[in-house]
Design a protein around this ligand. Sequence first.
Ligand SMILES: [Zn+2]
Ligand SMILES: [Zn+2]
Length: 248
Amino acid sequence: MKLRVIGCYGGYPAKGVGTSSYLLTAGDYHLLIDCGSGDLLSLEKYFDPLKLNAVVLSHYHWDHIADVGVLQYYWQLHTEGRQESVLPIYGNSADPLNLGSLTWPNSTKGEGYNGNSKLNLGPLTITFKRTIHPVPAYAMRIEDNHTKHVLVYTADSNYFEGLAKFAQNADLLVTDTNYYANKNSVEPRWHMTSSECGKLAKQSNCKKLLLSHLPQYGDLKQLITEARKTAGSKPRIGLAHVGKVVEI
Ligand SMILES: [Zn+2]
Ligand SMILES: [Zn+2]
């Protein structure tokens, strides 16, 4: 599998960089994971949006779904060249109103999932884990059926031990790294700090850690230094930036 970062800020876009979105490619299958603010413009630079096979959304906060509406219009206005006759968009069924908005006549079709779901999408198998967040949000464990390689995406969440179990032995762990380590003592929190992401990487025994859902301030390299202190020496640690490709 190959993961390309389409947008990587948490909360809001800044300096030309959009919020959470990732394009996952396995063979000739293309899955867009989240589609936040500024992400359709970014996606168009790297990939034809009509060639998507599916979209999966972690939760219905704007920094993860703001550009879903315009992606639906894109499909509505292009009836030729679609990879699928109708684009499936998977969203959690805990919020039926938002799930309903994913269906757009002859363009996109909303499909619900919950914490017990197992989706088989092309060569991928996806399972979910509800996270700690103010609205229903789900981490995803995505396995390539051919290579058996695993991507785990935490979506938005505070740290909890169950997340480390869910992410066990991931080849790539992509984390919600919304805060520097100096926020460790601030509770309640709905996102992780750099050092919690490092701890999660260590506990899950992942091979690579990609820090994403980043703050718009400070020296982002500091997030890597802070994560390294709790991650130990094993995992490779990278920082998300738009266009970055990580082999899984
Ligand atoms: Zn977010
Ligand atoms: Zn959120």
